[in-house]
Design a binder for this molecule. Structure first.
Ligand SMILES: Nc1ncnc2c1ncn2[C@@H]1O[C@H](COP(=O)(O)OP(=O)(O)OP(=O)(O)O)[C@@H](O)[C@H]1O
Ligand SMILES: [Mg+2]
Length: 255
């Protein structure tokens, strides 16, 4: 049995409605340190919403969002900012600031949440760009980059503060197979070398099974299956089975 001491993130009984529509209907998720939890589920099911809740960007109607033993829902703004400085998020759409260069986009969390000097920020920006496989883009504006490149700048920004927890929303959507693999290797590398904990939302099943140490399936506002990747492959849950089968059929069709 694991002890509660190594649980980094926990959602307990989280409920959320948008207007009158129930999106999350009692979500329980716990993520231990150094895990890569992959969240699967249908489009529109609430996966991005879960990540937004964990970043403290929206508040739940009910339930607790525990990060490092504190309930994010109850924190003051300044304590929430401190908690956020330990997290990084790669947004589904890259969500870069269009009027700022790549350098300033990646440097923004450092500028806002750290005491680093400009020179230190420059060298962090360069290191993170190298990590995501980008060169010669430092002084460019987001509009001068392809969608996939913007996505990788978003990832570099998420890593700028050396976060303990990284939330990845479709990190390799829109990337070619080589860059997709680079992101997968990066997620695994962060876990293995820097003890980073990650939560990854993806529709790319190959990638999901490659990076996950554990998986959770969100359906109709609840986690209906949670376990190791092998448990997912062997699951006799009809909804999960149908979901995974549709991806492998799609792959066969393409052959
Ligand atoms: N800020 C918001 N205001 C109102 N409704 C919202 C908001 N954000 C999300 N929703 C709704 O909540 C539901 C879940 O959205 P969410 O983006 O979390 O789904 P998702 O599982 O990430 O889907 P996808 O796989 O397509 O990215 C959708 O019905 C969406 O329209
Ligand atoms: Mg989403």
């Amino acid at each position: 049995m694991s002890t509660t001491s190594n649980i980094l993130v926990e959602m307990r009984g989280v409920k959320l409605k948008f207007s009158d529509k129930v999106i999350l209907d009692g979500v329980d998720i716990s993520v231990r340190e150094h895990e890569v939890l992959v969240i699967l589920g249908m489009s529109g099911g609430g996966k991005s919403t879960i990540l937004n809740l964990l970043m403290g960007l929206i508040k739940p109607d009910e339930g607790e969002l525990i990060f490092k033993d504190e309930d994010l829902v109850k924190l003051t703004r300044s304590k929430l900012n401190t908690a956020r400085s330990h997290m990084g998020m790669v947004y589904q759409t890259a969500a870069l600031i269009s009027s700022m260069t790549v350098r300033d986009n990646i440097g923004l969390p450092l500028q806002e949440l750290s005491e680093k000097h400009e020179e230190e920020i420059d060298s962090i920006v360069d290191a993170k760009l190298e990590l995501v496989g980008l060169k010669d883009v430092r002084e460019k504006l987001p509009s001068e980059l392809s969608g996939g490149m913007q996505k990788r700048v978003g990832l570099a920004r998420a890593l700028a503060l050396e976060p303990e927890l990284v939330l990845f929303d479709e990190p390799s959507a829109g990337l070619d197979p080589i860059n997709s693999r680079l992101i997968d290797d990066l997620i695994i590398g962060l876990r293995e070398t820097q003890k980073v904990t990650s939560i990854v939302v993806t529709h790319q099943m190959e990638s999901a099974f490659f990076v996950a140490t554990r998986m959770a399936f969100l359906h109709e506002g609840k986690i209906i299956l949670e376990g190791e990747p092998e448990a997912f492959r062997q699951s006799d849950n009809p909804i999960v089975g149908k979901f995974l089968a549709s991806y492998s059929e799609h792959k066969k069709d393409k052959k």
